[in-house]
Structure formats: C-alpha cells, structure tokens
Design a protein around this ligand. Structure first.
Ligand SMILES: [Zn+2]
Length: 97
C-alpha cells in the first residue's frame, strides 16, 4: 500500500506531512542508487539527474507515489541526455536496457 499521487483537497495537515515524509524517504533510497552513478547514455559523471522511464504523466491519479518513484522506473541521466530522453530523441530500448 502507499499514497495516492494527488492528495484530496480535504486532507488534513497531518496526512500531508506523512505523505511528504514517505516521499522523502523514497527519494533517499533513490538517491543512494544515483550516488556514484554515471549517465547511462553517455557516461557523464559530474552531474546526473533522475529520469522517469515511464513519465509521471503516464500514471493515473490513482497511481501510488511508490509506483511512480519505484527504483525500477528511475534511471540516471546527465541533463543533456535527460532532455533528449524527455523529448523522444532516444528511448529506453535504444539503450539496450
Ligand atoms: Zn548523458
């Protein structure tokens, strides 16, 4: 179980803070994957970002944050390759993953 992507407008402050805590703890897990990694397309190491393989927009509102941010849905890319990926210049299949 996990939290829905979108909080209901009537969510209490408490539940919002719980969701934020969970997102932060997931982000830390993902960050540990990113550490010491290089862009999987070009190998650049000085600055890499997390790219979502399945774009966040592809997930329905009922999707769980944990599904969207699942480590298997995240790849490290440098800013240039991230931009190319988001704009369809290459796909995950092109990378042979
Ligand atoms: Zn790159």
């Amino acid at each position: 179980m996990g939290e829905l992507l979108e909080l209901n407008s009537d969510s209490s402050t408490e539940s919002v803070s719980i969701v934020r805590k969970k997102i932060r703890s997931q982000a830390n897990k993902i960050y540990s994957k990113l550490k010491n990694s290089s862009c999987i397309k070009c190998g650049y190491t000085l600055f890499v970002e997390l790219a979502h393989i399945d774009a966040i927009a592809n997930f329905g509102l009922e999707s769980l944050v944990s599904e969207v941010n699942d480590v298997s849905n995240i790849i490290p890319l440098c800013p240039n390759c991230h931009w190319e990926f988001d704009h369809g210049y290459f796909t995950i299949k092109d990378l042979g993953i």
